[in-house]
Design a protein around this ligand. Structure first.
Ligand SMILES: [Zn+2]
Length: 264
């Protein structure tokens, strides 16, 4: 049987089917799609200038997406001549710096941050928020996280179902920590797409922390979200869109008969 061809370029053999869109992609077109999401998300959320400094928040609790994002940010930084500063726990930061160096041929500046506690939700969304504290006094900084739609759903469900807490403002695609702008351009991309990309590319990863370790009941929520990724990815997009709209409306934009904070 001959392998089917990529539905985007029609030339190379397809190696991955995106569940959300049904497209069968070759590695190059998958890379293009993820880079485009990163570039578009960045442009619409923060408009980094040509040659400006990009900050990357590498996450120990999300090692695969951190590898994928570091690699692709390296290609963007090379193209737009951005300097990069990598911030994060030493394990995560060194890995990301190494991946970016492979692309731009120069080791980026690195700032190590040891976050002492990620209570109560020890996962990527909280980790990014906690790491961002280290750069909050740097004015005009745009920091990119590798957070995906899947991470946002997982974090919000764990907060709601296990802790009875409202979702965090850090689930938004853009928020401020002091003077720094934190953006998550992949907040509408599924983690499963990034996982596939990193595996197909053979990018290195460092597992030094298991997300949501020790959170009682988190495995059930993780299984539910994994099942949604497989069988109903559009539900994840809808939920994240809804959640972000609620969080934005709670920021003080007047609402009449819309979402209510008591919803949570
Ligand atoms: Zn292709």
């Amino acid at each position: 049987m001959t392998p089917s061809l990529c539905t985007a370029c029609g030339r190379r053999p397809a190696v991955y089917r995106r569940r959300a869109s049904g497209e069968a992609l070759c590695l190059k077109c998958l890379e293009r799609a993820l880079t485009k999401a990163l570039r578009r998300g960045l442009a619409s959320l923060a408009s980094p200038e040509y040659g400006s400094k990009l900050v990357f928040i590498s996450l120990r609790s999300s090692p695969i997406a951190s590898s994928g994002a570091a690699h692709l940010l390296g290609t963007l930084a090379k193209k737009y001549s951005n300097d990069v500063l990598v911030v994060g726990h030493p394990d995560a930061a060194d890995l990301a710096a190494g991946l970016i160096k492979e692309v731009v041929k120069e080791r980026p500046e690195v700032m190590y941050v040891n976050v002492s506690s990620l209570e109560p939700v020890p996962g990527p969304v909280s980790e990014a928020r906690a790491v961002a504290e280290a750069i909050k006094e740097r004015g005009g900084v745009i920091a990119v996280t590798p957070i995906t739609a899947t991470d946002i759903l997982l974090d919000s469900l764990i907060r709601l179902m296990i802790y009875g807490m409202r979702p965090c403002e850090c689930a938004l695609p853009r928020y401020l920590v002091g003077d720094a702008v934190i953006v998550s351009p992949w907040s509408r991309v599924l983690l499963t797409d990034i996982n596939a990309y990193v595996a197909l590319r053979g990018l290195p990863i460092v597992h030094s922390m298991r997300a949501f370790a020790g959170v009682k009941g988190a495995d059930k929520v993780k299984n539910l979200v994994a099942e949604l990724e497989r069988r109903s990815p559009e539900t994840i997009y809808r939920f994240v869109k809804f959640l972000q709209a609620v969080l934005l409306s709670d920021r003080g934009i007047p609402q009449n008969g819309g979402f209510s904070p008591s919803l949570w």
